[in-house]
Design a protein around this ligand. Structure first.
Ligand code: FAQ
Length: 328
C-alpha cells in the first residue's frame, strides 16, 4: 500500500490536507500528546514514520551480520554467549520495529521485500567489515553508543508505538554498549598487541560511527519537519556532538587515541570540537559502494531464502490453529 514511501525520491505527491485538521493535529503534538494508530494523521507524517521506522528496522536486521561473523570465533565461552545474546537482541529490535511500522498500514513482508530488492536504506555503519575481535568491542562501544544517543530521545517521539518500542530497545542497547566497552577495556589492559588491536578498531570505526547520525543539519532533508512533528527531538549535528562529548573521555580512560588531528576541547563552549567528516565516503556507502554493501545484501537474501521453510511452517501452523478454533 505504501511501498512508494521509503525513499524520498520515490515519494508520490501528498494530497493537500484540510488546514483545520492539520492545525488540530499539530496542536496535539505541541501539547505532547501521543499520536496512536487509529488517530487521524497527515499522510506525510505517516510516510515519514514508515520511512524512518523501516530504515531503523532494516538496520537492526542487517546489523546482525557484522557481529554474527564473530560468534563462532569469540575468544571464550562467556564472550560467545554474550555476543549470541546481543545479536539475538538486535533481531528482536528489528521485529518490534517492523511491528511498529505495521501499525501505520504497511506489512512486514512489503518492507522486507524492499530491503531485499535493494530499494530501502539501512544504516551506513553496517557496511564496514569486522576484521578482528576488537571490532566487536568497538561496535558495542561506538555503534551501540551512537544508537543509544539517537534512540533515547526517540522514546519521546510523538508516535506512540515507535516511542514505546524504543523503551525496551534502549535498555538493551545500554547493556550492549557496556559489554562493548568492557571488551575494549580488557584488550587495553592486556598485551601491547591486544591494545594495538583495540586502537586499530577505534581507528576504523570512529568516523563511520559519526556518520551514523546522518548528514549535517544543512544537508538533512527531513530534520526540520521531523522536529516540528516531534518525531526527532534533536538534530543530527546536535546528537553527533553529544556523542563526541560523551565518547572522547571514554577513549582517554582506555588510553586510546581518537583518530582525529583536529579534535580539541573548547573551554568556552565545554564541547569537543572535531574535524570534517568525509561526506563523500558517506554518500558512496549510501549509494551501495561501501566495503561490504554487496556482501551484506547477498547474505540477507540467502538467509531469507533459506528461512522460507520456517515461514511456511509457521503459516501452516497458524492456519491449523485457526481451523481448530473455528471448529471448536
Ligand atoms: N545511513 O534528512 P536525513 C543500530 C539517509 S540502529 C544510511 O537526516 P532523517 C542498532 C536518510 O535515511 C542504527 N542512510 O534523514 C544496532 C535519508 O534517506 P531517504 C539505525 C542514512 O531520517 C547496533 C537521507 O539520508 N538507527 O545501530 C544515514 O531525518 C549494533 C537524508 O537524511 C536509526 O535508524 C545513515 N547513517 O535522519 C544494531 C535510528 N543517515 O529516506 C546492530 C532512527 C541518513 O530520504 C548492532 N533513525 N541517512 O532516502 C533516525 O534517527 C534518522 O532516520 C536518521 C536520519 C538520524 C538516521
Amino acid at each position: 500500500m505504501y511501498t512508494q514511501a521509503l525513499n524520498t525520491r520515490d515519494l508520490q505527491p501528498v494530497q493537500k490536507e484540510d488546514p483545520e485538521r492539520l492545525a488540530r493535529f499539530q496542536a496535539k503534538i505541541d501539547a505532547e500528546q501521543k499520536i496512536e494508530p487509529n488517530d487521524w494523521m497527515p499522510e506525510a507524517y505517516r510516510r515519514t514514520l514508515i520511512r524512518q521506522i523501516a530504515q531503523h528496522a532494516h538496520s537492526e536486521i542487517v546489523g546482525m551480520l557484522p557481529e554474527g561473523n564473530w560468534i563462532t570465533r569469540a575468544p571464550s565461552l562467556r564472550r560467545k554467549a554474550t555476543l549470541l545474546a546481543k545479536v539475538q537482541d538486535e533481531a528482536g529490535h528489528g521485529l518490534y520495529l517492523y511491528a511498529a511500522a505495521e501499525t501505520l498500514g504497511v506489512s512486514r513482508e512489503e518492507l522486507v521485500d524492499q530491503l531485499l530488492a535493494g530499494t530501502a536504506k539501512y544504516s551506513s555503519i553496517f557496511n564496514y567489515p569486522t576484521l578482528t575481535w576488537a571490532d566487536i568491542g568497538a561496535i558495542g562501544w561506538l555503534v551501540d553508543g551512537a544508537a543509544i544517543m539517537n534512540q533515547v530521545p526517540l522514546q519521546r517521539c510523538s508516535y506512540g508505538p515507535y516511542a514505546r518500542a524504543m523503551v525496551r530497545i534502549c535498555k538493551e542497547e545500554s547493556f550492549h554498549q557496556r559489554q562493548g566497552y568492557e571488551i575494549m577495556l580488557t584488550l587495553c589492559r592486556g598485551t601491547l598487541e591486544q591494545k594495538a588491536m583495540a586502537q586499530d578498531a577505534l581507528d576504523r570505526f570512529w568516523w563511520p560511527a559519526l556518520m551514523m547520525f546522518g548528514p549535517s543539519d544543512k544537508d538533512s532533508v527531513h530534520t526540520a519537519q521531523a522536529m516540528a512533528w516531534k518525531i526527532k527531538r534533536f538534530t543530527n549535528d546536535e546528537l553527533r556532538q553529544k556523542f563526541v562529548d560523551a565518547t572522547v573521555p571514554q577513549a582517554h580512560y582506555l588510553g586510546l587515541t581518537i583518530p582525529d588531528p583536529d579534535l580539541r576541547f573548547n573551554e568556552a563552549t565545554g564541547h569537543w570540537e572535531f574535524g570534517e567528516i568525509d561526506w563523500q565516503e558517506f554518500q558512496e556507502v549510501l549509494r551501495g559502494n561501501g566495503p561490504c554493501n554487496r556482501q551484506r545484501m547477498k547474505q540477507r537474501r540467502q538467509a531469507h531464502t533459506e528461512g522460507a521453510w520456517v515461514r511456511e511452517a509457521a503459516a501452516a501452523y497458524a492456519e491449523k490453529r485457526k481451523a481448530r478454533a473455528a471448529a471448536a
